[in-house]
Design a protein around this ligand. Sequence first.
Ligand code: MN
Length: 757
Amino acid sequence: MTKGNDDIARTDVNERDFTDNVVEAYQTYDVLVANIAKSGKDYDMAAIEKAYLFANKAHAGQKRKSGEPYIVHPISVANILVSLGMDTDSVVAALLHDVVEDTPVTLEEIEKTFGSTTAQIIDGLTKLSKLGFNTEEEHQSENVRRMLIATNKDIRVLIIKLADRLNNMRTLSAMYPQKQRTISRETLEVYAPLAHRLGIRPVKEELEDLSLRYLDPIGYNEICERLSAQQADRHAFLEEIKEELREKLIEYNITNAELSGRIKSVHGIYNKMIMQGKSFEDIYDIYAVRIIVDTVTECYAALGVVQTTYTPLPSRFKDYIAMPKSNGYKSLHNTFIRKSDDPNKNAVPFEVQIRTRDMHLTAEYGVAAHWKYKTGMAAEGGNKVFENTVSWIRKMIEDQMDSESADVLDVIKEDIMPEEIYVFTPKGEIKVLPRGATVIDFAYSIHSQVGHRMIGAKIDGRIVPLNTVLHTGNRIEIQTTKEITNGPSRDWLNMAKTSQAKTKIRSWFKNERRAENIEEGKAEFEREMKRAGLIIPDDKFDEFMQEQIRKSHKDSIDDFYAAIGYGAIVITKLMPRLREDYARIVIKPMGLQGIEGNFIEEEHKTFKGDPGVRVEGIDNCQIKMSRCCNPLPGDEIIGFITRGFGVSVHKRSCPNVPEDISKCENPERWIKVYWSESTNYREFKTTLRLFCLNRKGLLADVTTQLSMMHISISMLNSRELKDDNAMITATISVSSKEHLAQITSKLSRISGVLSIE
Ligand code: MN
């Protein structure tokens, strides 16, 4: 297995000298040949040499701004692609990428000499290089849109373009300062987010760091100086942690773990310091230790081990395995504190990132893993990211066809941007709002009277609709009237992002418009009930509504409706309770058959393939485990023949099953079902909730116990409750009811575990 990909960057991030000037070694064809040999990958050397000779001849006599012969640039781009593990076609195209653009050679000649695949990639790249530099947002978006269209035929176009840009950024010092800034801004706003979306982390980070060097040299150098001042300490610190953890992991039988230390990128630190106003010491993930293990179960077990070793910060646990990022990134993240032996020194926070080898390859190479590995798990992971990316590009292009093109950048930037935005009042006062905040949020953040009286708004001098999403740097001017004429509109509740604005809008409606609220609320309630198929007969109406008034802590039915009207009660959130009450008050007395269609059916989850249940007298029918009682092998069960959904399986003891079937409405629809023999080998997912007394190492003990019992965990979450209590939620795979009982009994013996649901 290849170790990391630090050869993409010039040096290991951990060892990087942050004060050094970025000068790339002069790269000749020999260097490319040597790197290819070192990669161990099979390349068609004849094709590559042919491309080199062709390009060398075409660019003969041309020089770069730095004075080097032009051919050095395509060779460097080809080198980056080799380090990413890209294929022969990509390397050939990289060598030829500027030939059509900058020399008399035509695309037809390329096609004749190198074939249609290469010609198509070169064509895409040539079109991209014609996109001009322009920093206005609409133009950027238009560039991205055209880039995606050019990429749609072959995603390698975009990967080669990123490598091209990376080399240009590495050699940017030869350009005029004005040009440096323009190119850097475009890199930061367009290319780095694209590299992020493709999941190619080292390229994304280097593009960001290099852009920052030119856009804010003072800020960049300040961070570099801090980092290099601490370089020796930092190195020693990470080495110690790695040593301690390595020993511990072996002690807990995780023998195959790979550990590495890592420093947050300069741009990442910059974002937190300068954009979010944090001090260097307040950034908890400057230091990170990565643990790479074999399986998902080992990931959680390793997390447990780290938690017994250091003090975890519970609010800083992130499970990207259960909930991967949009670019396919998976890992467990948790921040820890290690107390220093020296009482004069502060405890140092650091982040631990835990992942499997496959997750690691996806995290580092993203879509490029598709070309790097031809077989095995890594190739599968790469293919999945590849397919996701391709379909994402298709979708982006489609979406862009019929809407404003300004959106495409927002979508790409979505998970790269900080959570907060910084905007300005006309007087230059700064306001911090969450990402996605609109003009309405801004108006209410100034004063509720500004919000209520707002009739229009300008961003940077241009009139905009009130639902316009704000961006960092916007200067917003709110136009108001002296008297409240219309007041806020109900739609504003949907357009506002902050709870502050929503609360103020609601309270306005609450106070000003009671009659209207009641009417609106009643209409909405009736509409939603009807949509959910919950029709209340007249004789049950009072009982049902009294229940709602009581549960919502209201005094009358008008108060209940009014609360819906001004938005304090969100009816969709109330739906589970309404269904429950409906089942109890309206359905129960009618017998089960009335539930069918709008109650039980929705509570089913479909099992793919054979769920391990046999139906008496019927072969191969569709079977679903009902979600109301979640039967497990070993439970006494019964089937119900649904209309069009096959047979649903309930526990015999489920409240939705009539106690005496012979006396119920449709006895013929209840049918005998059995667990089939093979169910012993089958696994069912179930979620456990553990209420615990919080203590250090608790989560560790739980995960260790589960991993010792060879239980696979598909999701794990812990959070602190009041009074030193904690709740751990774990979704695990179990094979039977007995198995589940065994697990809960083992877990309940762990000290601190109070109860298990
Ligand atoms: Mn180029």
